[in-house]
Design a binder for this molecule. Sequence first.
Ligand code: PYC
Length: 332
Amino acid sequence: MAVTEFECIDGHTCGNPVRLVTKGAPELTGNTQAERRLDFLARYDWMRTGLMDEPRGHAQMSGAFLYPPTRDDCDVAVLYIETSGCLPMCGHGTIGVVTMAIEHGIVTPKTPGVLNLDTPAGKVVAEYTQVGRKVQSVKLTNVPSFLYMKDVEVEIAALGKLKVDIAYGGNFYPIVEAQQNYRDMADYTPAQLVAMGNELRDYLNAHFDIVHPLDANIRGVRHVQWTGAPKTPGSHAANAVLYGAAALDRSPCGTGTSARLAQRYGRGLMQAGDVLVHESIIGSQFTGTIEAECEVAGIPAIIPGVAGWAITTGYNRILLDDADPYVHGFVV
Ligand code: PYC
């Protein structure tokens, strides 16, 4: 019988949890952070389920391990863990990780105020502002993001026929906007958004092979972005993002906001320099910006910026004890 021990800093980004594991990261093989992610999934996914799922975590739980970078232009490498799997990139997670790592002196950036992150999806730059020890805000410059498919016809039991756009912002997102059979996320309970989102995700993964054109290991839909009219002053749009079996992101979702910017750019509704203040299901806000235009395998793309804040809520020493029948977690 073995006990595996982890030390964690717990916190949240605009309401969504972040568990930064500061001790207990397994040694991984791989020349890139993307390769390390595959090694983690093959050998250590039980750590993710043990740390994220019940009874040590919950449906929304999301976190990260830190590693030395695999590339010279980065300060630190991040491995994202979440109830839905090991994400190529996580925006709210990154804002939380940067806040906690800087406040606790876990990483030292070469340039104060800027942390260069080696993520499985590519390089992400985090600029942060600090007053004393406290990080006040973090702005990410995310990986190239693009509209992948437009007006995809789908059908789910609860809503009937829908048309969705699929955009990439570090993960792939079907984006459901107002149309004949869907008006606004506010028309549904959280449980309905979860159930409909699971059905839509399953439909898309069963009918379409959704693959990043430059990295075949980034494939499939894990999240669904329901949209609606914002309620918080200053917001331009609202979303409710499903991930895992039952989680609705309490933040406006960093990679989801990047995907929404890319979708709007791809449809000619936004251009370089434009700003989208995005609001979550609890009314918290990220400021999304189109930082620059680029191309991904010939597809018009953007470099999104996403800004938000995070806070530390506590310190957690977690034991994965083989004597526990639920050591590797469970999902209800
Ligand atoms: O902020 O990118 C994000 C994210 C992904 C899943 C949950 N949050």
